[in-house]
Design a protein around this ligand. Structure first.
Ligand code: SF4
Length: 212
């Protein structure tokens, strides 16, 4: 317990439900309890959180689920989202603000998701009511490829994700969740509302990158 106390923030602020970090430390059962201290996900406690997780994982049952953590923000997620069986990435529903752009199934589009600094390339697998459903094919499409062409969709709103839960818990419909899209170039935690669950296949809408 002494080691755990030394790695906690030491603010003794009570936000974890205990008056002092020492009291909190004596009630920690596993790595998921660490999320009750809001400061541990801050960048400055990144190293401490990593060590604490390693210490607690050594003690936990091997059947327990791993903690899923964003790299850029250090935040925890309920699950990691991968492609549906047989697909190349999670599906994203994308809306371009450019109404003059003619996007069709089979097109490759270049866009920057609103709130994300990274330019994406994606293949359109369906187009319906102004919404393109895409597979991400990467931030570094082979520009030197002679056959490669794309349509520039500018800044786009990301409306939904659809994919398969690869690690973590399966949530219920209606639940607000934090998740990590496995193809995310920044490995940043996203949030949204679950609108469909079928086994491990899930659809999440109202996508937001402002997770704190
Ligand atoms: S919330 Fe964190 S910093 Fe505050 S008392 Fe609990 S463990 Fe300490």
């Amino acid at each position: 317990m002494a080691d755990i106390v030394e790695l906690l923030p030491g603010y003794n602020c009570g936000k974890c439900g205990y008056p002092q970090c020492r009291d909190f430390a004596s009630h920690i059962k596993d790595a998921t309890d660490l999320m009750n201290c809001p400061y541990l996900t801050h960048q400055r406690f990144h190293e401490q959180l990593k060590i604490l997780r390693q210490m607690l994982q050594d003690e936990k049952e091997p059947t327990e689920l791993p903690v899923i953590q964003g790299v850029i923000d250090g935040l925890a997620a309920e699950f990691a989202l991968g492609p549906l069986v047989g697909e190349k990435s999670c599906r994203e529903d994308v809306h371009s603000f450019d109404s003059t752009l003619d996007i069709k199934k089979g097109d490759v589009i270049r866009y920057r998701p609103l709130g994300c600094p990274i330019t994406h390339f994606a293949e359109v697998i369906e187009m319906s009511h102004g919404i393109a459903t895409v597979h991400i094919i990467g931030p570094r499409q082979r520009m030197e490829d002679r056959d490669f062409s794309y349509k520039d969709a500018g800044i786009c709103m990301i409306l939904a994700f659809e994919g398969r839960i690869m690690r973590g818990n399966v949530p219920k419909v209606g639940q607000t969740v934090r998740f990590l899209p496995e193809h995310c170039m920044m490995q940043k935690i996203h949030s949204g509302v679950v609108v469909g669950v079928e086994g491990k296949n899930i659809r999440i809408e109202i996508i937001d990158l402002k997770v704190w």
